[in-house]
Every structure is written in structure tokens, then in C-alpha cells.
Design a binder for this molecule. Structure first.
Ligand SMILES: [Zn+2]
Length: 572
């Protein structure tokens, strides 16, 4: 019987961690139906001689909720071999949402996740109110990738309580309404329920987002609504504000894990900043101890630093100073002319001395770009390459005997697409390696769709393969592929995905393991309404196949949108 697609002559790394082998992979009806030497005719053949054939990568921590409305390809994750994402993380979702709250929602997402309000108002057709209606809308939208989603606590709380949700304790009626909505969402396909207690998650007024107003008893109740159905994952944006606060947070979270028995996930980050930081391994010990007591917990670890990103075409750390503000309001060419003028430069460099000093508190990527402190130039790096070994601005200032601000101006004038990265967390590669090596962490957490002009995490998969596998040789290719595929499919309970195996969904990525790597990020003005964002593509990926259909050919969309909604067990 004829096949729809055959990938010929490739080397299969099947996602299980088993050693690679040479084989053709045959696809019919969206599934892998044959693996081996395939002689049957096929509608399309991809020659993968010299290339790796692996399961498509799965990213369980994104914020594509808004973007999916205007971006069918799923950028920037789609350029890094990703075929499935989970959205609705950290309590931020677009459902449930009452029509009167839409603009407020959009502004909250702008405040927390840097998704421009203008893009959301121009790009989204808001035709839902409840979570099931939102899910049905995602089901209809054209999409190149597969999308799973959580019901988000901040959205749910506002839906149930209105503006009281931003200030008050929930009443028994509120709790009953929210628990009912969580159960309804999980039954119709939500992968679980998400919330946030992160101090960086604030509304446009600077007050905490709705989920942070909730007490732990409310969280017990809502996770309990999933426990009553024996289904659903609990994801939480952790408190990372500092030593004692984080330890108290984790102690209480352990109770949720043990009492509910539901899988619990949160971002495990390493930071050496802030007051009294807990080392990365504190969280690893916490996970091991919680599991030993009967809990089921996962840490979400990205593969590199999480950075605030600056550039001439987006934010610079000096933009809020009056002299800079005047220059930065000009068209780009005019800005460059002024920045090259010695007198203007002198004044701008001198003005930096008036910046607010960097305090002990940890600033997220949002505040770091919109309310910047005087940069620590030893922790600010012009990105010349993607190999995580660029010199700092402080190094260059010393070498060139210039003021650090001049170094930044000169590099920006030389290439207006040059970005400067300021690691916020995961500053040390060795800490990140510790996180990734721990068996209870998942390689995920791109935050794709969020922080669109402030951070850029979408390259975590290609970074793992180029940096940790090829350059540092800390993981075999088989191990790294398993981390990006089968491990994540298992943790999120995505049935029939994450392996190259007959009967499994034909989500596949074909790549050159000697060439795969992220490209440098650039700033583009391609959001609805012309708003800007960071874009990062990759090299070395020949094809990405979603549900048996070629979605990307050498990084270019084919216009095939075969993505599906990934539903939880109760809906399948
Ligand atoms: Zn998040």
C-alpha cells in the first residue's frame, strides 16, 4: 500500500535514548507505519542521507496563547525543530475571559509577558468566553504545530471574581465556581491548571496579578478539583525572589504535591543574583525529597541563560534617561547620526552616571528593559556568536580603554542588529549543566510567544544540540534527543508522541547534527499593527514534519497547517 511520505537513508535517533541506526521511515495517515528498508512507493520522498531523523521536539512551557491567533507557523519555536508546544503557563491564559475584560487582559499580558496590546487587539478575533470555547477556537485555527494548553489561574480568578480577583480572598461561592471551571476544562481537554506566585508577575498598575492574591487553600482547592478526576497537571510559576521566601514557597508546594497526588511542575532556575539566592541544587534536593515522600514533581530547565536583551532597534539600558529619551524617539537613521556625533556622545555617556543603582532585588526581563538599573557591565555581553563565550562589555571597555557606554554605542553603530544580553538567571553554564543533568528536570521553558522584545528563549532545543552536545560533549545526541522528545511527552502525558516508532504520530525533525545551531537573534517589526519583536531562526534543519505533513522545508513554511490540539486523557 502506498505511503504518503518516506524519509529515506537517514539515521534514526528514536527519542528513547537507544543508540542510533540507519533506516527509512514511512508515514501514512499522519502516523509512522514502517521503519526499515522501505520499497513501497510514496507520495513524497525526503532524502535524509547523512542526516538525523528524530521525533519532533516538544516544548512544555510557552505563552503562544495570543500569538496563535495571528501566527499559524508558531514562530520562533517552529524554526528550532519543535512540533508540539504547551501554552497557558504560569496562570496567564486568554480563557476564560468576559468580553468586558478583554482589554484589561491584553494589558496584563503586555505588563507580564511583553506581548504588545496593539498586536493582541489587532490580531485576535475574540470569539470565546469560556475555556471550552477557547479550546474549540484553537482547534479551528490554522496551525503548523500541535498545541496543548492549561486553564490559567489569573484568567480564571478574574472571570469568577471580576476586579475583586485582584484584591480579595475568594469566597466559598468563588471557590466553587473556579473549581467547577477547572474540572470542566480538564474534561474538555486542558492538560491541567497553571498558576504563578512569581514576584515578577505584575499587572499594568504594578500590583500582583490575580493568581498571586490567592491563598494556598485556594490552590489546594483548584488542584483538588483535578485530583477528584484523577487527571491533570499542576504548573506553577515559582517564587524566586530570594532565600527564605523561596524555601517557604517550596515547603508549601510540597504539601500540594503530596496531598493532591497530581504531577507538579515549575521552572527550576539557577541564579547568583538577588538577596540570599538558593543554589540551583537546593531545588534538586527538594524534588528528590518530595518524590521520596510520594510526590510526583518535575523541574522545567532551559538549556542556557535567560536574558534581558538590548539592541539599538529595541531597548537599550539608557532609554529612560532624558537625553537618551530624546535621541531614541528619532527615526533609526537619525539616531545613528546623533550617536556618531562626538558632542552628543559625550553628553549621553555622562548621563549614565545618573542611573538608578542596581539593587539586590532580582529584576525580570520585563523590568530590566523598561525600568533599567545601571548595568553591571561585567554581566552584559554583546552577542557576536551563539557559543556562550562572548567577552563582556566590561572586558571590551578595559581592552579598548573606553567607557562601557561608548563600547555599546560603537558596537550598535557598527551593526544595528547587534544584541546585548544581560543574563537574569542561569548566568553560569555550569549551573545550567547541573540542572540539565538532574533526572527530574525537563529540557523545556522557551517562554515562546512571551517577552517578545525582551528575551528570546525559543532556541533552547538547537542550543542543547549545538552547545551541550557538539561543543561541550556533555550529552550524547541520543540523550539530548530523548530529553527534548520522549521525556517531555512522558511528563505531559502526550499519548503516541515523542518516539520514532510505528503507530506513533509522525511528528519528525530531520537535521544535520554537525550543523544544527541557532542563528543570532534580530529585531523585526512583523507583529500585527507593526509592533516589534525578537526573531531567532536556526541552521541545519532540513525538514520538520507535523502529523505526517511537511510543515517546514529548510526552515521555510510549506503553508501546510496539520497541527492539532493536544488534549488531556479525559478528552481523548
Ligand atoms: Zn512562563
Amino acid at each position: 500500500m502506498a505511503l504518503d511520505l518516506v524519509i529515506k537513508n537517514g539515521t534514526v535517533v528514536d527519542g528513547s535514548g537507544m543508540p542510533r541506526y540507519r533506516a527509512d521511515v514511512g508515514v501514512r495517515g499522519g502516523r509512522i507505519v514502517e521503519i526499515g528498508r522501505i520499497r513501497a512507493p510514496a507520495g513524497r520522498t525526503i532524502d535524509a542521507e547523512g542526516l538525523i531523523v528524530a521525533p519532533g521536539f516538544i516544548d512544555g512551557h510557552t505563552h503562544m496563547d495570543a500569538q496563535i491567533a495571528w501566527d499559524p507557523i508558531g514562530s520562533c519555536s517552529c524554526w528550532h525543530g519543535v512540533t508540539s508546544v504547551v501554552m497557558g503557563n504560569c496562570g496567564f491564559a486568554l480563557a476564560p475571559c468576559k468580553p468586558a475584560d478583554r482589554e484589561w487582559f491584553a494589558r496584563c499580558l503586555t505588563a507580564v509577558e511583553d506581548i504588545p496590546t496593539e498586536a493582541m487587539l489587532a490580531g485576535i478575533e475574540w470569539n470565546w468566553e469560556t475555556f471550552p470555547e477557547y479550546l474549540a477556537n484553537v482547534e479551528r485555527l490554522p496551525k503548523a504545530l500541535n498545541y496543548g494548553m492549561y486553564i490559567g489561574h489569573s484568567a480564571l480568578r478574574m472571570y469568577a471574581m471580576g476586579r475583586r480577583g485582584l484584591e480579595e480572598r475568594a469566597t466559598e461561592d468563588d471557590l466553587r465556581a473556579m473549581a467547577h471551571a477547572v474540572a470542566e476544562a480538564v474534561k474538555c481537554g486542558a492538560l491541567g491548571f497553571s498558576t504563578s506566585r512569581a514576584s515578577t508577575h505584575i499587572t499594568p498598575d504594578g500590583s500582583p496579578v490575580a493568581s498571586r492574591i490567592a491563598d494556598w487553600e485556594e490552590i489546594d482547592r483548584l488542584v483538588g478539583a483535578m485530583a477528584a478526576l484523577d487527571s491533570g497537571i499542576f504548573q506553577i510559576g515559582p517564587d524566586i525572589s530570594g532565600g527564605e521566601a523561596q524555601r517557604v514557597f517550596l515547603d508549601r508546594l510540597r504539601r500540594v504535591a503530596l496531598e493532591s497526588g497530581r504531577p507538579v511542575m515549575f521552572g527550576t532556575l539557577a541564579t547568583r543574583q538577588g538577596k540570599d539566592p538558593n543554589r540551583w541544587d537546593y531545588q534538586m534536593r527538594w524534588m528528590d525529597e518530595t518524590v521520596a515522600q510520594g510526590g510526583r514533581v518535575w523541574g522545567q530547565a532551559t538549556t542556557r541563560s535567560i536574558n534581558a536583551i538590548f539592541s539599538l532597534r529595541s531597548y537599550l539600558p539608557f532609554d529612560t534617561l532624558p537625553g537618551w529619551e530624546a535621541v531614541r524617539a528619532l527615526p533609526l537613521d537619525e539616531q545613528k547620526r546623533r550617536l556618531a556625533d562626538p558632542e552628543v556622545r559625550r553628553a549621553l555617556v555622562a548621563e549614565e552616571a545618573a542611573m538608578k543603582p542596581k539593587g539586590a532585588e532580582l529584576q525580570g526581563g520585563g523590568a530590566a528593559t523598561t525600568d533599567p538599573r545601571k548595568p553591571d557591565y561585567a554581566n552584559l555581553f554583546p552577542m557576536f556568536d551563539v557559543d556562550w563565550d562572548d567577552p563582556s562589555v566590561a572586558d571590551l571597555a578595559r581592552q579598548q580603554q573606553k567607557h562601557p557606554v561608548e563600547v555599546i554605542i560603537d558596537l550598535a553603530l557598527e551593526n544595528d542588529n547587534r544584541v546585548f544580553v544581560q543574563p537574569i538567571v542561569n548566568e553560569s553554564p555550569e549551573d545550567v549543566l547541573g540542572l540539565l543533568k538532574h533526572p527530574r528536570t525537563l529540557a523545556t521553558f522557551s517562554d515562546s510567544g512571551a517577552h517578545v522584545c525582551q528575551e528570546m528563549g525559543s532556541s533552547l532545543q538547537t542550543h542543547l544540540l549545538s552547545y551541550w552536545v557538539r561543543k561541550r560533549q556533555q550529552f550524547t545526541l541520543e540523550e539530548a534527543v530523548r530529553m527534548l522528545t520522549f521525556d517531555n511527552a512522558s511528563a505531559w502525558e502526550l499519548e503516541g508522541r515523542g518516539l520514532v516508532r510505528t503507530g506513533y504520530a509522525a511528528d519528525l525533525v530531520v537535521f544535520d547534527d554537525q550543523r544544527i545551531r541557532p542563528c543570532l537573534p534580530t529585531v523585526e517589526e512583523d507583529l500585527p499593527g507593526g509592533a516589534r519583536r525578537l526573531v531567532q531562526k536556526a541552521e541545519g534543519i532540513a525538514a520538520t514534519i507535523v502529523n505526517g505533513t511537511v510543515a517546514f522545508d529548510n526552515g521555510k513554511t510549506t503553508g501546510n497547517y496539520a497541527g492539532q490540539v493536544l488534549k488531556g486523557r479525559l478528552a481523548t
